[in-house]
Design a protein around this ligand. Structure first.
Ligand SMILES: [Zn+2]
Length: 231
């Protein structure tokens, strides 16, 4: 089923497109949300977060209105452990502007690192991005050419990405339970959204803006859920 960010099939109307989309919205708490430090709770006990990422070959593709990077070959190369559970990195993609807001602030871009456990449980890491004049993490990995022409490059462009270098330097994070932000917006999804930003060269950010464009779902009601903030 086709869906869009604007026009008749915009996010507010996704639930009317088909039964599957409606069911997903009605049966789980939705994402993205506003993440406010003031209204978070400290973890009663800190859930441990550890990443084991390394330089990996990814294959590019363009679907759901944005650029995706899928790891090739050995899926165990990029793993995350949250609360002692293991999740394997499945997909990296980009939203513009950011979907989550942090302390009422929106950012030019948000990266989603989608992970799955062996039992198919979803955990998504959200990283918000700010522009930087200096060459930063990303462009070393040829994301420039990818972002400049994602529609043409389509599937089949291979890019090496050092996933660890996409993370912000300070690893303080919000944690809450929500959903995928594209239809069907199923849940539950464990969200880890870093409080601090990572940086991308201005030109690359502009290229994403020109070639991908608006791809953010509006903020969803918080309802009755707790947002945690790590130390
Ligand atoms: Zn996403």
């Amino acid at each position: 089923m086709d869906w869009y960010y604007e026009g008749e099939r915009k996010p507010e109307n996704w639930k009317n497109i088909c039964e599957a989309f409606k069911k997903a919205e009605n049966t789980s708490l939705q994402s993205p949300i506003q993440l406010c430090e003031k209204t978070t709770e400290k973890f009663i006990y800190q859930k441990s977060l550890a990443t084991r990422y390394q330089l990996t070959q990814f294959e590019t593709s363009f679907f759901n209105h944005t650029v995706h990077l899928t790891p090739l070959a050995n899926e165990e190369l990029n793993v995350l452990f949250f609360d002692y559970k293991k999740y394997i990195l499945d997909d990296i993609h980009f939203h513009l502007p950011s979907e989550h807001q942090i302390n009422d602030e929106s950012f030019p871009l948000e990266m989603h690192l989608v992970h799955r456990s062996r039992d198919n449980e979803l955990l998504v890491v959200g990283i918000t991005v700010l522009p930087n004049k200096e060459p930063a993490n990303l462009e070393k990995y040829r994301l420039d050419s990818l972002a400049l022409n994602p529609r043409i490059s389509g599937r089949g462009l291979f890019v090496p990405v050092d996933v660890a270098k996409l993370l912000p330097l300070k690893m303080q994070y919000f944690h809450y339970t929500g959903s995928l932000t594209t239809p069907p917006t199923i849940g539950p999804v464990d969200w880890i959204v870093f409080k601090n930003q990572t940086y991308m060269r201005k030109g690359l950010l502009r290229a994403f803006k020109e070639n991908v464009g608006k791809t953010n779902r509006p903020l969803q009601p918080l309802r009755n859920r707790t947002i945690y903030l790590s130390d």
